[in-house]
Design a protein around this ligand. Structure first.
Ligand SMILES: CC(C)(COP(=O)(O)OP(=O)(O)OC[C@H]1O[C@@H](n2cnc3c(N)ncnc32)[C@H](O)[C@@H]1OP(=O)(O)O)[C@@H](O)C(=O)NCCC(=O)NCCS
Length: 162
């Protein structure tokens, strides 16, 4: 991106398409050191009816994404991954993506959202804490490098009650 992103500049949140695969993989590689989603899995996620990837786009560039999973017969949704490009952090991109993911989950009649966060990820813990996600225990040694996961949960009420 030649121009620096500034929070005052409008960006759009939209559903990802297979054409976003390269840009999503660039984000994935830049934002995660381990437990990355492989290109193959990302491609499958973009095609699956029970997965929804939303992207934040500005001037043709992806600033972030959130990947949401649904399951037949389950009234919940799971945030599988979320990331914001380093140069766009702390400008509200992830917050906008999570709110859009919640709207999507509500549309699909989900009653709650769950996710796991690395114990050593204060940024993500801060983000989901701010948005009303409650801690629900831990999964020991959940990640590739042996790090524990914290489990978070949010009941989806109407947006006015958020
Ligand atoms: C975690 C991450 C997605 C946050 O994205 P972001 O777009 O910078 O977040 P936002 O600007 O929307 O921040 C919203 C709120 O989250 C919290 N937050 C975000 N980054 C934070 C940080 N580094 N430390 C503490 N709180 C943070 C703050 O409460 C913030 O609100 P504020 O800026 O008004 O204080 C981003 O840092 C990232 O991509 N990290 C690498 C990948 C990753 O860890 N993904 C999460 C996997 S579960």
């Amino acid at each position: 991106m030649s121009t620096a992103f500034r929070p005052s500049q409008d960006y759009a949140i939209r559903a990802a398409t297979p054409l976003d695969l390269d840009a999503l993989m660039r984000l994935e590689e830049a934002c995660f050191n381990s437990d990355r989603i492989s290109r193959r899995s990302m491609r499958q996620m973009l095609a699956r009816a029970h997965a929804r990837t939303l992207v934040c786009e500005w001037q043709g560039r992806l600033l972030g994404y959130v990947l949401l999973l649904f399951r037949r017969g389950w009234e919940g949704a799971r945030i599988y991954s979320i990331a914001t490009a380093a140069e766009a952090r702390r400008t509200g991109v992830a917050e906008a993506l999570v709110r859009a993911a919640e709207a999507e989950a509500r549309q699909r009649q989900c009653r709650f959202i769950r996710l796991e966060i690395r114990k050593d990820n204060p940024g993500s813990i801060g983000l989901f804490g701010k948005l009303g996600y409650q801690p629900r225990g831990e999964y020991p040694a959940y990640y590739e490098d042996g790090q524990d996961a914290l489990r978070f949960h949010k009941e989806l009420v109407s947006p006015d009650q958020d």
